[in-house]
Design a protein around this ligand. Structure first.
Ligand SMILES: Cc1cc2nc3c(=O)[nH]c(=O)nc-3n(C[C@H](O)[C@H](O)[C@H](O)COP(=O)(O)OP(=O)(O)OC[C@H]3O[C@@H](n4cnc5c(N)ncnc54)[C@H](O)[C@@H]3O)c2cc1C
Length: 419
């Protein structure tokens, strides 16, 4: 629990009557619904730039891209949910400025909406690759449903896709494109895929698995430009050109902090918030990918990009605004689906000084545990649900574990987690 967190009622503040949420994505859409669930009776405006009601992004690189899910199934809630719960959902609107003294948010069309509490849920946007040819047709990015539509339209059987960036989104698109019958090359600047976000054994495993599925992987290769007249025909690296019909750039995302920064809110790599999701202005909250948030289990703060994080912070903000106690901090976690692999990661490997591998990566079911001394900091589990669940539990308890036991698959994970 955060010892200093107090909700508005405990602060002796009048409960809010008007809440404005900027950004109608996973975090913003969830916060609006939770406010009603927690009994908030004031007005809620949920304002988002995209023309669609809040939806899930994870399927955009997975089931949806492969044609296994329809657009309706992406929605967080049916469109009728919002009027039924008296949530004023405004789509296709862009907030341009916050006046913290007048307590208004101004939108591109000139309208200024008053708020008692403001929630910033503006997410993140893809980092762009500023090289020659980046403006060519079929050089694509993937963040929104519209981006996914554009990608899906050109991923035709037999075409060659060059994925620039071997992160989660890039590798997921690579797997989906193989399922669609495309040739795929993944181009990564670092010496291994997932270099920023996974352990070496996990990177090695995914490199092997993708190669077995027919994906070519080029490591340590910096992109110098895109080739082509109108449509991209190749990705130029130092010393070679990788031919392609489509290029997908997946080199990470940057938080949409402009509104917050221009309003003078404290920002780092994201809008700085506390465990109630409150920014440096007590009437303004920020949630989801846009935040730089505390991780009390680790006495650190960082920006997370995951659905569980968006949900946790939506809960924190909705609880504070509606006069509820702050929810208990959760162990951060994330998942990625590629081919028939389900990767689940819990925790963060801060200060970890050793790795324990449980199971054999060659069987496509194993887990990598990150330990600091004997304390479990993080687990990466591939097709290993028990290891993920047990690991998450142990991380939450700040438990110490015997590395030899962790490595011994004869001892059930449940038994180890029960400690
Ligand atoms: C392809 C893809 C696959 C993913 N897969 C996974 C996965 O497998 N597992 C996982 O845990 N996470 C995954 N994620 C990450 C996850 O989707 C995000 O963490 C989550 O969407 C964050 O929610 P958010 O509400 O903070 O941001 P978003 O969902 O990005 O929503 C932010 C919204 O704010 C709007 N906005 C921004 N600025 C303004 C403004 N000034 N005015 C009005 N509106 C504005 C944006 O248009 C956007 O609609 C994936 C993401 C992508 C793109």
């Amino acid at each position: 629990m955060n010892p200093v967190a107090m909700n508005d009622q405990e602060r002796g503040e009048k409960l809010a009557e008007r809440v404005v949420i900027v950004g109608a994505g996973h975090a913003g859409g969830t916060a609006a619904a939770l406010l009603r669930q927690y009994g908030f009776e004031g007005s809620i405006v949920l304002a988002g730039e995209e023309p669609v009601a809040p939806y899930q992004r994870p399927p955009l690189s997975k089931a949806w891209l492969k044609g296994e899910a329809d657009s309706e199934s992406l929605l967080l809630r049916p469109v009728s949910f919002y009027p039924e719960h008296n949530i004023d959902l405004r789509l296709g609107v862009v907030a341009t400025a916050i006046d913290r003294t007048a307590k208004t948010v101004t939108f591109k069309d000139g309208e200024a909406l008053p708020y008692d509490r403001l929630i910033l849920a503006t997410g993140a946007g893809p980092r762009h690759l500023p090289v020659r040819g980046a403006e060519l047709r079929r050089v694509l990015y993937l963040r929104t449903a519209a981006d996914a539509d554009a990608l899906k339209a050109v991923l035709k059987r037999g075409r060659r896709l060059a994925v620039v960036g071997g992160g989660y989104v890039g590798l997921e698109v690579a797997a989906s494109a193989r399922a669609l019958g495309c040739e795929v090359v993944v181009i990564e600047r670092e010496a291994r895929v997932l270099a920023r976000v996974a352990s070496k054994p996990l990177s090695a495993f995914f490199e092997r698995y993708h190669a077995e599925k027919g994906v070519e992987i080029v490591l340590g290769a910096a992109v110098t430009g895109f080739r082509g007249e109108n449509i991209v025909t190749g990705v130029a690296l130092h010393g070679e050109v990788q031919a392609c019909d489509v290029a997908l750039v997946g080199i990470g995302a940057a938080p949409n902090i402009a509104l917050a920064r221009d309003a003078g809110l404290s920002c780092a790599d994201g809008v700085v918030v506390d465990l109630e999701a409150r920014t440096s202005d007590p009437d303004i909250f920020a949630i989801g990918d846009v935040t730089h948030r505390p991780l009390p289990l680790y006495d650190r703060a960082m920006r997370l990009e995951s659905v569980p994080n968006a949900l946790e912070q939506a809960k924190q903000a909705a609880a504070a605004i509606s006069g509820h106690a702050p929810p208990a901090p959760e162990v951060p976690w994330f998942w990625s689906d590629q081919y028939d692999l389900k990767l689940q990661i819990a925790g963060a490997p801060f200060d970890a000084d050793s790795l324990v591998i449980r199971g054999d990566p060659a069987t496509n079911s194993f887990a990598v545990f990150h330990l600091a001394g004997n304390r479990l900091m993080a687990v990466e589990a591939v097709n290993a649900a028990a290891e993920f669940m047990g690991g998450r539990q142990l991380i939450g308890k700040r438990a110490e574990v015997d590395p030899a036991k962790l490595a011994d698959t004869a001892i059930p994970m449940k038994q180890i987690a029960a400690g």
